[in-house]
Design a protein around this ligand. Structure first.
Ligand code: NDP
Ligand code: 2IT
Length: 451
């Protein structure tokens, strides 16, 4: 980066941090995009004059609200709800809802900001938003989760709609929660519309939406590996997380010939040197989705596996690493360990799981590394396909949706190669994803006047 570009980046970040103090995840996400697009901005100075980035980092609207609910003992509980409506330049706000005790404004804004570029990359007409609450679904009964969701939507319903803002799942929000939220929205509005995606298969949910994020991440990794004439076949794969994204990443990685040896949750990770095959994964899905248990219970079922309390899986020797749990879950030391152990490919299923220093380590080593906004975009892309099916009032087959998902992931990979290939031929997927995603949003905003 030349001096002038660096000065622009530093000045921009100084203003952003002064204006949004303490929002460290948001700062981190903006800085990464800014460093990628600043050279493009320098070549197109009208974008600087037009303050396009200053506009993009400012949410169009932020809604913060009280969510009161009664627990099973009759006690009053109060949580805080959020919806950040980030950018509607290319379509209605679109993005998930996260229920996790760590949720705060910084996390909501970083996720909504990432969503802007991700949704642009999908090639579908979707703007960007993100929402959630500091509500912790762990240990709550179904009735408590339902009462919480109903209270959450009793406020949020007035801000969302099939043509305005279409939420979906994220951490702590899956089919159960989307069902409760959709049900409450329908009661309040008295209309059946595609206001949520990730709905149940009996009421407008798209086939393959549950699978889409994990599968898409594997399709993207397969496209990266193919640039080296390589594939998942015979590779050892380390995956973090054991929720929606991790489960289906593990399933597809296995179907493509890989051997998945780890899964984790916030308490620790399991290592199964024999591989987590289809039968074992079916148990994991039952354990996590039905029993709502912990990943450590895996070793009771399969005693040849080991459980490591309080640790993350990145010390395990693997060829492919797929972080699928949460933000900043893979740091510089762990990146160096992965590299020392011969890892050749890191594909992010989670949003911003790799710290900036760890990304730099992967890129310096010139291994295949994809940021979540490119490789996990299959989830929201399939949400886009659900919106299409809902608008048309029809339902595609799983094969049709999977085919479109594959095509979209290949197209995103191509866009990254187009905008991210460096002079020595190395593909910087971070730069590629950020620049490709940015150009479309910037052009749409410019065409719409001062918005
Ligand atoms: P789930 O709630 O289904 O699973 C989350 C998993 O990550 C759980 O195993 C959870 O463990 C673990 N986890 C969550 N927070 C932490 C933490 N602070 N430290 C360690 N582990 C943690 O969520 P998803 O699988 O849907 O989401 C995973 C990631 O993928 C997130 O980054 C999300 O933003 C991203 N994503 C999700 C998409 C989707 O379609 N669902 C689409 C694109 C991205 P525990 O049970 O202990 O909390
Ligand atoms: O981060 C994400 O892309 C998601 N949680 C999915 C969003 C969506 O609208 O499907």
């Amino acid at each position: 980066m030349d001096q002038m570009t660096k000065k622009y980046v530093d000045g921009f970040m100084a203003d952003l941090t002064a204006k949004n103090p303490g929002e460290k995840e948001f700062h981190q996400a903006v800085k990464e995009v800014l460093e990628s697009v600043a050279p493009y901005m320098m070549e197109h100075p009208y974008l600087i004059d037009q303050k396009i980035l200053e506009r993009i980092v400012e949410p169009e609207r932020t809604i913060i609200f009280r969510v009161p609910w009664l627990d099973d003992e009759g006690n009053i509980q109060i949580n805080r709800g959020y919806r950040v409506q980030m950018n509607s330049a290319i379509g209605p706000y679109k993005g998930g809802i996260r229920f996790h005790p760590s949720v705060n404004l910084s996390i909501m804004k970083f996720l909504a900001f990432e969503q802007t570029f991700k949704n642009s990359l999908t090639t579908l007409p979707m703007g960007a938003g993100k929402g959630g609450s500091d509500f912790n679904p762990k240990g709550k009964s179904d009735n408590e989760v339902m009462r919480f969701c109903q209270s959450f939507i009793t406020e949020l319903y007035r801000h969302i709609g099939a043509n305005t803002d279409v939420p979906a799942g994220d951490i702590g929000v899956g089919g159960r929660e989307v069902g409760y939220m959709f049900g409450q929205y329908k009661r309040l509005r008295d209309e059946f519309t595609g206001v949520f995606t990730g709905k149940g298969q009996t009421f407008g949910g798209s086939p393959m939406r549950p699978e889409a994020t994990g599968y898409g991440t594997c399709y993207f990794a397969a496209a990266m590996l193919a640039t080296k004439g390589d594939s998942y076949e015979g590779k050892t794969v380390a995956i973090s997380g054991s929720g929606n994204v991790a489960q289906f990443a593990a399933q597809k990685a296995t179907q493509l010939g890989g051997k998945v040896v780890t899964l984790s949750d916030s308490n620790g990770y399991i290592y199964d040197p024999d591989g987590i095959d289809a039968d074992k994964l079916a148990y994991v899905m039952y354990l996590k989705n039905v029993l709502r248990g912990r990943i450590r219970e895996y070793v009771q079922q399969y005693p040849s596996a080991q459980y490591f309390e309080g640790q993350r899986p990145w010390g395990v020797k693997c060829d492919i690493a797929m972080p699928c749990a949460t933000q900043n879950e893979l740091n510089e030391d762990e990146a160096k360990t992965l590299l020392a152990n011969g890892c050749i490919c890191v594909a992010e299923g989670a949003n911003m799981p790799t710290t900036p220093e760890a990304i730099a380590a992967f890129q310096e080593a010139k291994i295949l590394y994809s940021p979540g906004k490119a490789s996990n975009a299959g989830g929201v892309a399939t949400s886009g396909l659900e919106m299409t099916q809902n608008s048309m009032r029809l339902r595609w087959t799983p094969e049709e949706v999977d085919q479109q998902l594959k095509r979209i992931m290949t197209d995103i990979h191509e866009a990254c190669v187009k905008y991210g290939t460096e002079e020595d031929g190395y593909v910087n997927y971070v730069k590629g994803a950020n620049v490709a995603g940015f150009i479309k949003v910037a052009e749409a905003m410019m065409a719409q006047g001062l918005v």
